[in-house]
Design a protein around this ligand. Sequence first.
Ligand code: 5AD
Ligand code: SF4
Length: 462
Amino acid sequence: MGFRLNYIFFYKLRNTLRMTGKSADLKNLKFYIHTFGCQMNNNDSEHIAGILDSCGANPSDSLEESDLVVINTCAVREKSEEKLYSLLGRLNSIREKKEKNFAIGVVGCVAQLHRSKLLEKMPHIDFILGPDNYWQIPEIIPKHHEEKIISTKWSKDWHEIPDEQTLRTSRVSAFVTIMEGCNNFCTYCVVPYTRGREKFRPAPHILTEIQELAQNGYKEIQLLGQNVNSYIDPNSQMGFVKLLRKVNTVEGIDWIRFIASHPKNFSTDIAKAMKESERICHQLHLPVQSGSSSVLHRMNRGYTRKEYQQIIKDLRRQMPDICLSTDIIVGFPGESDKEFQETMSLLEEIRYTNIFSFRYSPRPLTKAENITDDVPFAVKKERLIAVQELQKNIQIETNQSLIGSTIKVLCTGKSKKDQNIYSGRNKGYQVINFSSKKKVMDQFVNVQITSCGPYSLRGHTV
Ligand code: 5AD
Ligand code: SF4
């Protein structure tokens, strides 16, 4: 049953609009979306749900009752691909046992990467759509009975999905995609082959969407893209810093974040714009991947340890309260003990609020796939444990320093078991679980922190 935990429930905020949608083809069709991977995928799933909804289909939180199952996939590591195959296997056995007859669509990065090979491996899939093609879903569904459909062609132009075709998972916190694709070709990364080259969403569309979100009561927005700081408006050539400053002027939005940034082109102007814009949270995810300049060079990251340290120094000079997070890969081909220790010492020095750490996993089409994956699995495992242990202790220390303080939290979740228990995040994007006698879902609250673990803070409303 594990996979259902990842199911996204969509709020239906636009019941009136959906009935005026352009197609009634899918009327009463029940769909279920399972999402693997990053926030970009979550936002894509919100678009898929919105497109289906605008054609008359209905989101369902029960697989058994659905007529269509869409799996939005992630290809970044082998493990996420393996999870897809196990989910597909399970869906097939449900369908074979005739417990339920549903159409199965695989969309997103794995669909793009493997295309027809995916069908050879899993012939029970009905359609395959790449990350640039999921908007074709309404045309495809009526045809899937006649033929298997594969559509994975990239387009150079931005395909705008209007806000009324987006079913969001939160009523207060919204993702807003501003760019897609990647030109960086880090040697370990499959994303440039699944998401294509960088393309940018026109700024007026971004700003209109954010204004509409503000009017609909949204309080937090997260600008999304594989590399947001390379943003350039395709028409006016306005860059990311100017975009940030414009987004900051939208009345009604309290917190603005953006993810992901690349250290290679993270200029001091961005830090300055963050400091000077009252709505932009002093929080940043800046993936470093490794603390060793020689590994960074082999990864084709385009910066050295020293340059990265300089960016962090500048960020902290401008915003002493900034909360930083990062991504770490251990066991990249050729990573020596000495090189690994440089990652450890960087973590000790920077003291991130949170990290995401991974064992290197060779991916198809990437340059690193052709270099021998020579760090033994046991060593990768040991290094991952070491990184996570070190970071855990750092987080315990930083979290303990917050005990007794009162923190502003945007409440975005509530416990199913106990109606007085809620969860949310603070400006620094830390997870806070708290109790409240009043109903506070989707609201800002002040929480007094009373205890903590390494990965979350606990408290009660005041
Ligand atoms: N192996 C392990 N981790 C990877 N990532 C990307 N590609 C790989 C890979 N081949 C990690 C990076 C990236 C995050 C999204 O996933 O740390 O920042
Ligand atoms: Fe992958 Fe590097 Fe592009 Fe990030 S910047 S998506 S890690 S290739």
